[in-house]
Write a protein that binds this ligand. Sequence first.
Ligand SMILES: [Zn+2]
Length: 79
Amino acid sequence: MHSNFSDDPGNNNLKEFLKTKDNEFEKYNEILSLMKNCSLCGTPLDFTYTVEHPKELIREEASCRHCEIRIRNKLFNIQ
Ligand SMILES: [Zn+2]
């Protein structure tokens, strides 16, 4: 009877990999929270999302009411 599944090095690699991913995700979240406010005046940004057909893309736009500037204009593929 072999029961060495928990000693499988592949398993440990996966755990390490997930740990790394968590850290990256936290970093990403920090960056996102920084970008939720206008870098010029600190006012919370207004986000608008529009779906563009037929390419199935979501356009994300962030703008500051105070400075009247558009900060971000990004496209996400939702396919
Ligand atoms: Zn602003």
